[in-house]
Design a protein around this ligand. Structure first.
Ligand SMILES: *Cc1c(COP(=O)(O)O)cnc(C)c1O
Length: 466
């Protein structure tokens, strides 16, 4: 009886104490992390069927543990190769990820430091560094010095949090003016807006009104004005997209901002993928109007070369976010009203990883010029390969690329042809390119993020479409 009790109470000690065993485990894990981070040729890898994984990888959870070496070997040899490397230069599907070596190495430090990034009193140093990055981004976007925000998990949570703040602000204004809230709140965006806006609308139980777009898929101020005319006081926010996911098209934010300013409606800019391009001086004009947004998001895990997962959510007036999001409870009272704000209070979240630190470290290490150059690479490469596509008789561009997404078709191919080709490319471990669709037509799409993606690699992929 006594021995059972002492056995159980000894377990946490064995895992937490500094012993030869825990030292070896830390060393083994860091060595593996170092190997993976420094692969000369990143393997592309591919998914495995559940039954194959069950055969090769089951049985790792046992009462006594299998030891770190066996667990690492299982991960390195079976589990990791069943995950596609999103940082492979030939990963061109969806939106790839291309963390800098500095950022992914520092992500290990964030974990090793057990930092709580939700409050100033617990994570002041980390929050300060994150705020430095947010202030730099806000400055690049032309937002005022008073702007501020928080790194949240991803663009989906960033968009949701911004819209919750916008609706809260609209409700407050109605209350102060003695105006009744509408039966159902409305957000206006274009049909090309990201699926996360629809997801936010479902969570918030609000309506989406899609404003018309022009032939290039861009939403303009006149379409927004028409939507506002039709839905009046029910509209609490307009979402402009700073780089659509499918095409990289930037809405006419300047004309939209003029309308939202005149009507006093919240303007949110969803730049999860594309707003990073505003860091390239030649691209700034394409984003004119962002400076007057009430809130913006950009995902460092997309085109700012940070590891998963991070979205920078920035508000023109953070006080409105605090009012909407601060969780109130007796056990939290001690945290409120402390110097600066608590990052948790600006979004839908409480406990948070200091997920902005990998970007902070990499920016501090390399400087902002390297980021501008890295982003410019994707834009230049997209234009260059678009010219090649236009010059090939069997291929045609669906639209001229505006950022780093190139959408094109192979004449005469059906969806089944595209899928078979895509599967073969992955099987041969050459690239990961999946079909997308536009106006009901299956198309191919390159999303270029990694500075290691070369023109030669893309030409090689085009050649395989013969
Ligand atoms: C990727 C993306 C999102 C969603 O971001 P997650 O980080 O995947 O949640 C939102 N909007 C746009 C335009 C995107 O490209």
């Amino acid at each position: 009886m006594m021995s059972t009790m002492s056995d159980t109470s000894a377990l946490p000690d064995r895992m937490h104490a500094i012993t030869d065993e825990t030292r070896t485990t830390v060393d083994d894990v860091l060595q593996y992390a170092r190997r993976r981070a420094l692969y000369e040729d990143i393997p592309l890898d591919k998914p495995m069927r559940p039954s194959d994984l069950a055969r090769l990888a089951s049985g790792s959870i046992t009462a006594a543990g299998i030891g770190d070496r066996r667990a690492i070997a299982l991960f390195e040899n079976v589990l990791a190769p069943a995950c596609i490397s999103t940082d492979h230069p030939g990963y061109l599907a969806f939106i790839p990820s291309a963390p800098t070596k500095a950022s992914l190495a520092f992500d290990v430090v964030v974990s090793a430091s057990a930092i709580y990034g939700g409050s100033w009193i617990e994570g002041a140093g980390a929050v300060y560094a994150e705020n430095e990055v947010l202030a730099w981004l806000a400055g690049e976007f032309g937002m005022p010095d008073t702007a501020g925000g928080v790194f949240v998990q991803g663009g989906t949570i960033g968009n949701l949090s911004a819209l919750v703040t916008a609706r809260d602000a609209a409700r407050r204004r109605n209350r102060e003016a003695g105006v009744a809230d509408p039966a159902r709140w409305v957000v206006v965006c274009s049909a090309e807006a990201h699926s996360s806006i629809a997801s936010a609308a479902a969570v918030m139980d609000i309506e989406i009104v899609a404003a018309a777009v022009d032939g290039d898929g861009r939403m303009h101020g006149d379409a927004v004005a028409a939507a506002l005319d039709a839905h009046g006081g029910a509209v609490f926010a307009v979402v402009a997209t700073g780089g659509t996911t499918n095409f990289g098209i930037v809405d006419d934010i300047a004309s939209i901002a003029a309308v939202t300013a005149a009507r006093d409606v919240w303007l949110h800019v969803d730049g999860a993928y594309g707003l990073a391009a505003m860091l390239v001086p030649e691209m700034r004009d394409a984003f004119a109007g962002v400076a007057s947004a009430d809130s913006v998001i950009v995902d460092p895990h997309k085109w700012l070369f940070a590891p998963f997962d991070a979205c920078a959510l920035i508000y023109r007036d953070p006080a409105l976010a605090l009012a909407a999001h601060t969780q109130k409870a007796e056990y939290l009272d001690t945290l409120t009203g402390k110097p600066d704000w608590n990052p948790s209070d600006l979004a839908v979240q409480l406990t948070r990883r200091a997920r902005g630190l990998p970007l902070w470290f990499s920016l501090a290490t390399h400087g902002t010029d390297a980021y501008r150059a890295g982003i410019r690479h994707g834009i230049d490469l997209a234009r260059r390969i678009a010219d090649d596509i236009a010059a090939r008789p069997e291929l045609s561009l669906v639209r001229e690329p505006q950022l780093s997404v190139v959408v094109f078709r192979r004449e005469g191919w059906t969806l089944a042809d595209y899928e078979a080709w895509s599967d073969r490319l992955l099987d041969e471990q050459r690239a990961f390119v999946v079909p997308s669709s536009h106006a009901g037509e299956p198309v191919l799409r390159f999303a270029i993020i990694s500075p290691l993606t070369t023109y030669e690699l893309l030409v090689d992929i085009l050649d395989s479409l013969d």
